[in-house]
Every structure is written in C-alpha cells, then in structure tokens.
Write a protein that binds this ligand. Structure first.
Ligand SMILES: NC(=O)c1ccc[n+]([C@@H]2O[C@H](COP(=O)([O-])OP(=O)(O)OC[C@H]3O[C@@H](n4cnc5c(N)ncnc54)[C@H](OP(=O)(O)O)[C@@H]3O)[C@@H](O)[C@H]2O)c1
Length: 220
C-alpha cells in the first residue's frame, strides 16, 4: 500500500470536547493549516485558550462546532456520548465523524474492559447511531499526555490505529492522523476495531506502525 500522506487541502474540523484529547489534536490540526472549532457546553470558557491559537481557531457550542466542521471529532467522556449523538445526529448527517471516545470500565480482576461488552465495538456502536455519517475510529489507544509531545517532537515515528470500512472516513482519518504527527495503521472496518477499545490488544499500546501491526496480528 502507498504510504499515507497528510491532507492535500485544508479541512474544517469541529471538535466535541476540548479536553485532554481535543485540545492537543486541535492544535496539531491548526498547525497543519486546518480550521478548528472547539465545541464546549460553555464556549465562553474556551476564549483564553482559542485566542492564543490564531484566527483559524474558534470556540462554539457543540451544535455550533458540528455546523462549522466537515469533519467532527468526538472527544467527550464516553458516558455522555449517547445523549449528545441523539441531539446531533441530524446535524452530523453527511459529515465525516471520527470517534476517539473509549467505553472504559475495569473488571473485578482490575483489567480494562469495554462497557459495551464482547461483540460490540465502540466504532460500530457510534456508526449505528449515525447512519447518515461516514464514521471512523482513531486516537483511542494512545495516552493523551503523549499526543502533543510525540506528535511534535518525534513526528511520524509513532503508529496510530484507525478503523473504518467507509472509504471517505478512512481517507480523512488517515490524513488527520498524519497531520497530527503520527503514522496511521488501518485495522479494518469498525466491527474489527476491538483492538483499540478498552481491553483490546492495542489499548494503551504505544509503538511504531510496524509494532502496532505485529501486535494486532496484521501482515506486513
Ligand atoms: N485520556 C486518554 O488518555 C484517552 C485516550 C484515548 C481516548 N480517550 C477518550 O477520549 C474522550 C475524551 O477524553 P478526555 O480525557 O479528553 O476527556 P475530558 O478532558 O475529561 O473531557 C473532554 C471535554 O468533554 C466535556 N464534558 C465533560 N463532561 C461533559 C458532559 N457531562 N456533557 C458534555 N460534555 C462534557 C468537557 O468540556 P466542556 O466542559 O468545555 O463542555 C471536557 O473538557 C473520552 O471518551 C476518553 O475515554 C481518552
């Protein structure tokens, strides 16, 4: 497969949840030339943050961030995602949606598990609620505190698992992973993305692209 490159033209991106995941990714994408609207329940509180990021950075309500973006990143705490998607599904129709949320739980033995139980991936769960959007899964297995440092100081060294069976969503997710400073590793369709969900083989795993492929049992 040809090596993935970044985006060829600027995108408009709405980020739902300007927290540990949304902020560093938004900053990477601004640096790559995209326009980023950070969504919040209280956009006024994001003023001091976006003011430092230049005129392609904005703050808005969640609905406003969806309106502003052709691509929307889901980066809110997973338990609130269902309610948010119910409110925003119509506005998300026709858009590319990248789900970075994790349905994280801890088993009685102290192991990370998916709250969705076996057989349902987070990506499939989200796609079911957004039948008119192109959905991909990305940025879910990588620790938040490394997103900015590794994406800037060791650009295109570390791998990032992505999943989507939708060609447009896959292309956009791969480009935005690249633009964030990582090497995308396609794992298959959303139903095949359990590896990046809590308890999955890649959850919390930080490695090169080859290391991710090997750990996920992919050839090459
Ligand atoms: N932390 C990690 O290492 C990591 C790695 C991969 C994936 N993830 C997943 O990525 C998602 C985001 O993680 P995070 O650590 O960035 O989350 P976070 O910082 O705790 O929260 C992100 C933003 O969500 C908004 N929010 C909080 N409670 C909300 C509610 N009840 N309703 C609506 N919005 C609410 C808040 O923004 P406002 O107050 O401005 O509205 C907050 O800044 C999670 O699903 C997490 O599981 C995390």
């Amino acid at each position: 497969m040809a090596p993935t490159t970044g985006s060829t033209r600027p995108m408009t991106i709405g980020i739902l949840g300007a927290g540990n995941i949304g902020r560093p990714l938004g900053r990477h994408w601004l640096a790559a030339g995209h326009t980023v609207t950070f969504g919040s329940r209280d956009p006024g509180r994001l003023g001091p943050f976006v003011e430092l990021l230049g005129d392609r950075a904005r703050a808005a309500t969640y609905a406003g961030a969806v309106e502003a973006g052709d691509v929307v990143l889901l980066a809110v705490p997973n338990p609130v995602l269902g309610g948010l998607l119910e409110q925003l599904a119509d506005r998300l129709a026709g858009k590319t949606v990248i789900d970075a949320t994790s349905p994280i739980g801890v088993s009685e033995d102290g192991l990370f598990v998916s709250q969705l139980g076996p057989g349902t991936t987070q990506g499939s769960w989200t796609a079911e609620r957004l039948p008119h959007s192109s959905v991909a899964r990305a940025f879910t297995h990588f620790p938040d505190e490394l997103l900015w440092s590794r994406g800037t100081q060791q650009r295109h060294f570390w791998g990032m698992g992505i999943a989507s069976g939708d060609p447009r969503a896959r292309r956009v997710a791969e480009a935005l992973v690249h633009d964030a400073g990582f090497v995308p590793v396609h794992l298959g369709g959303l139903e095949e993305s359990a590896a990046v969900d809590p308890g999955g083989r890649l959850f919390g795993y930080v490695s090169t692209a080859a290391g991710l492929r090997a750990a996920a049992g992919l050839a090459g």
